[in-house]
Design a protein around this ligand. Structure first.
Ligand SMILES: C[S@@+](CC[C@H](N)C(=O)[O-])C[C@H]1O[C@@H](n2cnc3c(N)ncnc32)[C@H](O)[C@@H]1O
Length: 268
């Protein structure tokens, strides 16, 4: 760890952090460029515990004592600045006090993620990073073994997803699953019953499906606007619905995933 005190946000060494003001650059940095940003001591700790490698850190001086022991083992620059200076960076949350740019980990094979799993959540083309983060949090809290995301699904390592997930995107095993039918082939090969969560009059009630006691279940959730694709519905072993009341037509996808995870939790 090399502590560097900075007094000018224009310093090019701070590019990982200051270029965040430009949405396009942020996207490139966080996805194509192989980096993501971890903020707050708790999330940084989870990222390091998961074996992810830091590239650089930017801290408010008051947070140096707390984060130094975590960053000490790495040969990385730790930029320290005053709260006033950091307040000038869009997206820098002074309450969290720290940002660390991390190298993205290589994603594991689907088969590896499924090997010992009994409950997995599959996210088909979700667009909202908040929903992705909330589902990871539910997946961790309700005992899912993994999350699989389709190729066009919003990025779990996007800053908002990481934040909303409370760092659980760094804890729950996850990877990208190929589009159907290759994705369903991999799930079936690993012994999973595929449950497509959807709003359909001829769907099975979630409670009835849960009572069947399937050993391994993949809970497939659809996008915020259109719901699941026809292809996903066709590939599923069961279309499962959470009965709605009081004229409400559907739940938010993260709320629906939480209900399904709870109802389908392994009983033994
Ligand atoms: C907001 S909903 C999409 C609504 C979309 N108009 C539709 O008809 O599917 C997003 C996802 O949440 C899940 N979902 C929401 N409410 C549900 C319910 N009552 N039963 C089963 N799944 C539900 C489904 O996976 C759905 O694709």
């Amino acid at each position: 760890m090399r502590v560097v005190y900075v007094e000018d946000l224009a310093d090019p060494q701070l590019d990982d952090f200051t270029r965040l003001t430009d949405v396009a650059l942020r996207r490139r940095l966080e996805t194509d460029g192989g980096l993501y940003l971890a903020e707050s001591a708790k999330v940084i700790q989870r990222a390091l515990a998961a074996g992810h490698r830091p590239r650089a850190a930017l801290l408010q001086e008051a947070f140096l004592a707390e984060l130094a022991p975590l960053l000490e083992p790495f040969d990385v620059p730790v930029f320290v600045a005053s709260a006033d200076l950091l307040a000038g960076i869009t997206g820098f949350d002074l309450h969290r006090g720290a940002l660390v740019s991390m190298h993205r980990p290589e994603l594991p094979e689907v088969a590896e993620v499924l090997r010992d799993a009994r409950r997995v959540v599959v996210l088909e083309d979700l667009a909202d990073h908040t929903n992705v983060g909330a589902i990871f949090r539910a997946a961790a809290g309700l005992g899912a073994d993994a999350v699989l995301v389709t190729p066009r699904c919003a990025d779990p390592l996007y800053r908002r997803s990481v934040r909303v997930s409370m760092g659980t995107v760094l804890q729950v095993p996850w990877t990208r699953i190929p589009w159907w039918p290759e994705g369903s082939r991999l799930l079936h090969e690993a012994g999973f019953t595929i449950a497509a969560l959807a709003l359909s009059h001829d769907a099975v009630d979630l409670g009835v499906f849960a009572d069947a006691g399937h050993e391994k279940v993949a809970i497939v959730m659809g996008s915020e606007g259109d719901g699941l694709s026809r292809r996903a519905l066709a590939e599923a072993d069961a279309v499962v619905t959470i009965p709605m009341q009081h004229g409400v037509d559907s739940l938010n996808v993260a709320a629906a995933a939480s209900v399904a995870l709870w109802a389908l939790r392994p009983r033994a």
